[in-house]
Ligand binder design. Structure first.
Ligand SMILES: Cc1ncc(COP(=O)(O)O)c(C=O)c1O
Length: 394
């Protein structure tokens, strides 16, 4: 006798336990609405610079349509290495220490899978990018969050990390500038963390995707500090700095043994990143720096405007020193971050992401992405101000 088939029962426990992304759910609502100003999705409003698109077109014209080496095109790895030396003061062998991946997303996923044994704990700072905790769980690890607050610009302290360390701790994930807070770290703070991870023999995974979008102060990668390059997996990509989200291209650098382990996962899953995107990435590294600087300068102007406008309407907002997100506190309105975001969308057609989507410590905040035109930001702020006044009854 055949029993009725229940697809749900075939889903693995660790997949069943991960929540749907709060951002996705929210943007499913936005999709069906008209005239919405979106400060939601975290991607540049700029189209990929023309010379980079042209490099992709030219790759197609030349019939560059094959697989590449699992590690990625040698030329791309060869241009990445000196660029990292120049901008991050880190030195990697392009033949054995750089792996081209399908965005930082894939690089992060294979990094977790390469290092985590079931039950290993991985510490990360929160509020944070939505993929870290699920990525760790999918690799059968235990995600351990360390909360960061607005009082110190959402930087993470060595003391807070130390409290989360247990005998099962294996790695620490850092992402500065941070999505969603725009938090950055000083060299001194990173040095304390470097000392701590060395003392506890932890590995660091650093997600550097917003590094170029640092508005003031020097950006320091923890990988560049003494004794750190050998215990750091350095992840970077092209999505944000060169407005190349749709190209799906990023990379991982690290100790030879770890890159080799990651490469084995990559070779049986993704095989390689698209050759067309890799060709475009070569052009981005070789000639794209002025574009990045120009976009960053635009983001800075918009940041200054939006942070000022948010504070003026009474939503306390710290100054994000990097990334393209403002993260105002909405607690003074008495609404939860989800209620605030839903009402704002329904009543004023402005879409922002509720802070709670970035972990429990994001509750009470709202993520407003300012990678959209100044006109639209101005209109969004006028609408939001009207909304806040109404909520407060003033
Ligand atoms: C912190 C962070 N890391 C990684 C990613 C994913 O980047 P990619 O497009 O390279 O996969 C994002 C995308 O928003 C991000 O904000």
């Amino acid at each position: 006798m055949s029993t009725s088939f229940q697809a749900e029962k075939f889903i693995a426990d660790n997949v069943r336990s991960i929540p749907r992304s709060g951002i996705r759910d929210f943007f499913d609502i936005v999709q069906g609405m008209k005239d919405v100003i979106s400060l939601g999705v975290g991607e540049p409003d700029f189209v990929t610079p023309w010379h980079i698109r042209e490099a992709a077109i030219y790759a197609l014209e030349r019939g560059r349509t094959s697989y590449t080496s699992n590690l990625g095109l040698p030329k791309l790895r060869e241009v990445i290495a000196p660029s990292l030396e120049k901008h991050f003061k880190v030195s990697y062998d392009p033949k054995r220490q750089i792996l081209i991946a399908v965005g930082v997303s894939e690089a992060m996923d294979i990094a977790f899978r390469a290092i985590i044994n079931p039950g290993d704990e991985v510490i990360y700072h929160e509020p944070c990018y939505v993929s870290y905790s699920p990525g760790i769980s999918l690799a059968h690890g235990v995600a351990v969050a360390v909360s960061c607050g607005a009082s110190n610009g959402f930087a993470v302290t060595a003391e807070a990390i130390e409290k989360a360390i247990t005998p099962r701790s294996k790695a620490l994930v850092l992402n500065f500038p941070t999505n969603p807070t725009g938090g950055t770290m000083t060299r001194e703070e990173l040095e304390k963390i470097a000392t701590l991870v060395q003392r506890h023999n932890l590995l660091v995974i650093t997600d550097e995707i917003y590094s170029e979008l640092t508005f003031e102060g020097e950006h320091v990668s923890i990988a560049s500090l003494p004794g750190m390059i050998e215990r750091t997996i350095f992840l970077h990509g092209f999505s944000k700095a060169y407005a190349m989200t749709g190209f799906r291209i990023g990379y991982a650098c690290g100790p030879v043994e770890i890159i080799e382990a990651m490469m084995r996962i990559h070779q049986y899953s993704m095989l390689c990143a698209s050759i067309i995107s890799q060709e475009a990435a070569i052009e981005a590294i070789e000639h794209g720096e002025p574009d990045t600087i120009e976009m960053r300068d635009q983001y800075r102007l918009r940041r200054n405007y939006i942070v000022n406008a948010l504070n003026e309407m009474g939503l306390k907002c710290h100054l994000p020193r990097g990334s393209f997100y403002a993260f105002p506190c909405i607690q003074s309105t008495g609404l939860s971050s989800k209620d605030f975001a839903v009402k704002l969308l329904e009543e004023e057609k402005v879409a922002c992401v509720p802070g709670g989507a970035f972990g429990p410590s994001g509750e009470g905040y709202l993520r407003c992405c300012f990678a959209t035109s100044m006109d639209r930001i101005q209109e969004a702020m006028a609408r939001m101000s009207r909304f806040v006044k109404r909520v407060r009854g003033s």
